[in-house]
Ligand binder design. Structure first.
Ligand SMILES: [Mg+2]
Length: 246
């Protein structure tokens, strides 16, 4: 857990944005390229294709992040993993500056809400994505997994959300607005009392999770006060209270 920038605490809401597969669409296929590299990393450590697939999926499911299992059980250096997996992605060919996303973030009334990133990726990847999308300057800070710390936490562990609030200087969970493409992450935040949780769910698209392809179709009902959206523009409706009035 770490933070890239911080400001003195104030009483505005905090909007927490997941980054991967939320600020860009699963259509980008970045999850597929990421999955291939993680698989190759497991194989490089000595497992067969089959074993690698099984462990990759097991750790992703168990911990929300394959790397979490590799560090915990196999003493893998997270920074080496990051260089070979996220660091080698040809992101510049896969995502482009997004003026619609930029306008969406510009239209959040900053007298009411601050805007932060909240990601299971390491800092380098998080900022690279924000830079390519052309929104880096609209994000006050990013809470990321600190791969430099062998005991780092990640979503959906409660500790990650607690630490994030501390880093942003906010103590009231009901003032947290959160959007993520992972239902597990959104539900974890909701259970901690985060006030306005939104599941970004591109139903019908294909994504790779834990090394396996899956169609995005949630298999369980959401609690009534978690909104589901299929396009980020819908945040203007579900979070109307923090957008500038037109
Ligand atoms: Mg995500």
């Amino acid at each position: 857990m770490a933070v890239a920038s911080s400001e003195a605490s104030d009483d505005r809401f905090v909007v927490w944005l997941d980054i991967d597969n939320t600020l860009y669409s699963a259509n980008s296929k970045i999850s597929v390229e990421m999955g291939k590299r993680i698989h190759a990393y497991f194989v490089e450590l000595g497992w067969s294709d089959e074993e690698a697939s099984e462990l990759h999926h097991k750790y992703y499911t168990q911990y929300g992040l394959a790397l979490r299992g590799l560090v915990r059980h196999h003493d893998v250096d997270p920074l080496d993993f990051d260089r070979k997996c996220d660091g080698s992605l040809p992101l510049e060919d896969m995502i482009k500056p997004n003026s619609e996303l930029r306008k969406l973030l510009e239209d959040i009334d900053r007298s009411k809400a601050r805007v932060w990133g909240l990601t299971n990726a390491y800092r380098n990847h998080a900022y690279r994505v924000l830079r390519i999308l052309g929104v880096e300057d609209l994000i006050e800070g990013v809470v990321y997994c600190d791969y430099g710390d062998p005991h780092f936490s990640c979503k959906p562990e409660p500790q990650f959300f607690h630490n994030a609030m501390g880093l942003a200087g906010i103590s009231d969970p009901s003032k947290c607005y959160f959007v993520d493409d992972s239902r597990a992450n959104v539900q974890a935040a909701w259970r901690l009392g985060w006030g306005r949780c939104v599941h970004f769910c591109e139903r019908g698209l294909e994504i790779m999770e834990g090394g396996k392809f899956k169609e995005i179709i949630p298999n369980e009902e959401l609690p009534r006060d978690i909104e589901e959206i299929t396009h980020l523009e819908e945040l203007r409706r579900v979070w109307a209270d923090i957008f500038k009035q037109r």
